[in-house]
Design a protein around this ligand. Structure first.
Ligand code: C2E
Ligand code: MG
Ligand code: MG
Ligand code: MG
Length: 292
């Protein structure tokens, strides 16, 4: 087959591909090293209930504290490993960190739930439930109900029967589930019926333009209706302004997360933020909505 291509062409292609493979291999090795040398960090982004003006929990978001490049975001390195077993080691590390943080918050904030993003390959590995069980067992004073797992809607519908079984097994232990980036994964009503996810997390792409774009507003309204009909909770991500919050409250979505509430930050900054947090007064309308 090689000889069918012009010799030079083949060699050019071959060399390029070889170089790319080498680069990816090196990058993956560097990410493994980051894990081993403790360069990974969890940032936390608050989630609030607008109607109650209350903090309900935090999403854990991965960062790489790179010695030369500074803070590196997950989209810059997770795609390189999400199809390798390294994503499983990184995911287990994230789960451990989240549990340790929950333990640290027990005295002051036992009601906060931490949400952790789990990659499809990790979630679908044969022994996921067993691994999770072991991790939870290492933190006997942390109730599993304080942990939520976010998986992408698009990943959940890949192997729905298996995903359903894993979700049910985890829920039996006490861990809850959210379908992340909901609305972008093309799941059907019958999929949703079979997926026992506790929460639908409206993708931020719909929230971003919801005040200007009627179609995005319609998608959000439909997801809220869907959550209601299937008796699931619903949360909106990417809430950048108080006005987004008002619009969501009117549609019946009380739970929000986004730069408009707070940016992701290290756990050390969360305490001061929480102490000073005051919900915008425009959200007070949420308290009267039933009588409107
Ligand atoms: P995601 O789970 O959908 O998380 C939301 C992303 O949107 C985060 O980006 C967050 O910082 C950002 N964000 C939050 N509020 C706003 C807002 O108001 N406006 C805008 N424009 N963006 C907002 P981040 O931290 O870069 O994470 C990107 C994605 O990487 C996550 O999307 C998630 O899919 C993945 N990820 C993050 N941490 C982990 C992890 O520990 N494990 C795995 N497997 N994936 C992770
Ligand atoms: Mg998420
Ligand atoms: Mg999302
Ligand atoms: Mg996303």
């Amino acid at each position: 087959q090689a000889k069918l291509n012009g010799r030079n062409q083949f060699h050019l292609f071959d060399a390029e591909q070889d170089q790319q493979l080498r680069t990816h291999h090196n990058q993956r090795a560097r990410i493994r090293q980051a894990l081993q040398q403790d360069e990974l960090r969890l940032y936390f982004q608050p989630k609030v209930n607008m109607r109650q003006g209350r903090i309900i929990g935090m999403e854990a978001l991965l960062r790489w504290q790179h010695p030369e490049q500074g803070i590196v975001g997950p989209l810059q390195f997770l795609p390189l490993i999400e199809h390798t077993d390294l994503i499983i080691d990184v995911g287990d590390w994230v789960l451990h960190q989240a549990m340790a943080q929950l333990r640290a918050w027990t005295a002051l904030h036992a009601e906060w739930v931490i949400s952790v993003n789990i990659a499809a390959r990790h979630f679908q590995c044969k022994d996921f439930v067993e691994r999770l069980r072991k991790i939870l067992a290492a933190y006997p004073d942390v109730a599993p109900e304080r942990l939520e797992i976010e998986i992408l809607e698009s990943a959940a519908i890949q192997d729905i029967q298996h995903v359903r079984e894993v979700m049910l097994a985890c829920q039996k232990i006490g861990v809850s589930f959210a379908l992340d980036d909901f609305g972008t994964g093309y799941s059907s009503l019958s999929y949703l019926k079979r997926l026992p996810a506790d929460t639908l997390k409206i993708d931020q792409s719909f929230v971003r333009d919801m005040l200007e774009d009627k179609d995005d507003l319609a998608v959000i309204s439909a997801i809220i209706g869907l959550a209601d009909a299937f008796n699931r909770a619903v949360i909106a991500e990417g809430v950048e302004t108080a006005e987004h919050g008002v619009a969501l409250l009117r549609l019946g979505c009380d739970l929000v997360q986004g730069y408009g509430i707070a940016r992701p930050m290290p756990a050390t900054q969360i305490e001061a933020w929480a102490k000073n947090y005051v919900a915008p007064t425009v959200w007070d309308h949420g308290k009267d909505l039933e009588w409107e």
